[in-house]
Design a protein around this ligand. Structure first.
Ligand SMILES: Cc1cc2nc3c(=O)[nH]c(=O)nc-3n(C[C@H](O)[C@H](O)[C@H](O)COP(=O)(O)OP(=O)(O)OC[C@H]3O[C@@H](n4cnc5c(N)ncnc54)[C@H](O)[C@@H]3O)c2cc1C
Length: 395
């Protein structure tokens, strides 16, 4: 077991860190305040190839360790998690497509998700509905076959990139009697009539990220737009009717992307830890820097240890996602640990800054707000615990 990052990893880390330091950090507070979508930053990321399909196809897909993506995610989120979600949010629908799509679908739709360096686009994965978040089997959005087309009807909420995306991957129910086994993912291409963004959410944190409602009203897509193709869907439904099959494709894609989400949380935690450490060296009370007060120093020690533990679980899960399978819910463990760590570490950072931690002149309160989503989206902490405990019962 080798704990060293390779030369390539370190090069990626430096490259992304430099971008985060130069192009993301300086504008993070501004986007947090205005809640605008950070297109100018995404364009810059596209110009250097960080936001591109090639980054996923070459740097990420050909990396045998699986660590390139979490390394890039951590550095970007060190800059600003909201902006980072603009840059990496397309990775989620891309994973759903890459995981279950046919080669033809990947060739056709993946480039459309990203656009070009001059005209970048983003994509969105729409699963959640007003009455179906953790309980994916409760989805009501329907997909009805009508000749050579699917007709989608329903309401999606909380879709990251939803209001900005050109390509939406929409999970809908084909056979409501089969629960999640009766669902499939559908590709809705640019400007398809019947799909329109609804309300854009105003949020506690990650405010640069677009989180929108997506409304589907008699939205027609070609038969071939079901992810995996119509024949595979038919076979899957047939099997589901006669026996119980495993998780849906959407749930599997979530499990595989969890180490990347964990890495985002590690990035926020590290940002807050670094800032708090520096502050503790410079702020004096009772005649000495506060880092020399044990009450502060021990907090920093625990923060360093928790971040390291979260990152190690993340790297292990990322490596397993590429080289093995999650036998013991290692993906969920990484997401749970990193999400909870980010919330805890950022809260400690606010405390270490005292009153200055609570005001907007300092970035720490933003990191505290940004961190919270990591215990909620892509499976809440409670859902991760369910996945982990089920793996314990199984093994
Ligand atoms: C900013 C943001 C971005 C998002 N991006 C996307 C996206 O891109 N695409 C998408 O499809 N969705 C997205 N989501 C939705 C997100 O994944 C869901 O909000 C999340 O899965 C929780 O679902 P819910 O909100 O319906 O909560 P609920 O499922 O209603 O859960 C409410 C509470 O009950 C707990 N709970 C539920 N069931 C159990 C149980 N069996 N045992 C114990 N506790 C339980 C939960 O942990 C939670 O604490 C996003 C959400 C936000 C806020």
């Amino acid at each position: 077991m080798d704990f060293q990052l390779s030369e390539d990893h370190i090069t990626t880390q430096k490259w992304v860190h430099e971008f985060a330091e130069k192009e993301i950090r300086p504008v993070a507070a501004q986007y947090d305040e205005t809640e605008e979508f950070p297109w100018p930053v995404i364009k810059k990321a596209a110009e250097i190839g960080l936001y591109s399909l090639e980054f996923y196809m070459e740097s990420v897909a050909q990396d045998p360790t699986g660590l390139v993506l979490p390394i890039a995610m951590e550095e970007t989120c060190w800059g600003c998690a909201g902006i980072a979600l603009g840059i990496f949010g397309t990775g989620l629908p891309l994973s759903a497509l890459a995981y279950s799509g046919t080669p033809d679908q990947i060739m056709k739709w993946a480039p459309q998700m990203f656009g070009t360096p001059n005209e970048p686009r983003v994509a969105s994965l729409c699963v959640t509905e007003p009455n179906a978040g953790s309980d994916v089997s409760a989805l009501r959005t329907s997909a009805r076959r009508d000749g050579d087309e699917w007709v989608l009807n329903g309401q999606k909420i909380f879709a990251t990139n939803g209001g900005q995306a050109k390509v939406h991957i929409v999970v809908a129910t084909v056979d409501p009697n089969l629960g999640h086994r009766g669902q499939a993912a559908f590709i809705v291409g640019p400007d398809t009539p019947g799909l329109r963004p609804g309300k854009k959410e105003k949020k506690l944190g990650i405010r640069a990220s677009d989180t929108s409602e997506i409304l589907l009203e008699e939205c027609r897509v070609p038969l071939d737009n079901v992810v995996g193709g119509p024949e595979k869907l038919e076979a899957k439904m047939e099997k589901a009717r006669s026996s119980s099959t495993k998780q849906s494709a959407a749930l599997k894609a979530f499990e595989m992307t969890r180490p990347s989400v964990a890495a985002q949380a590690v990035g926020i935690a590290r940002a807050a830890f670094e800032f708090a450490t520096q502050y503790a060296k410079e702020r004096n009370t009772f005649g000495r820097p506060i880092i020399e007060h044990e009450g502060v120093a021990f907090k920093l020690a625990d923060m360093a240890m928790e971040i390291d533990a979260a990152r190690l679980l993340t790297y292990r899960a990322a490596w397993l996602a590429r080289n093995g399978t999650f036998e013991h819910a290692e993906g969920s463990m990484s997401k749970l640990k990193a999400g909870e760590t980010a919330v805890w570490v950022t809260e400690q950072a606010v405390q270490i800054l005292g009153g200055y931690g609570y005001i907007k002149d300092f970035p720490v309160e933003k990191w505290y707000r940004d961190a919270k989503i990591y215990t909620i989206f892509e499976g809440t902490s409670e859902i991760q615990r369910i996945v982990i405990s089920r793996a314990l019962a199984r093994n």
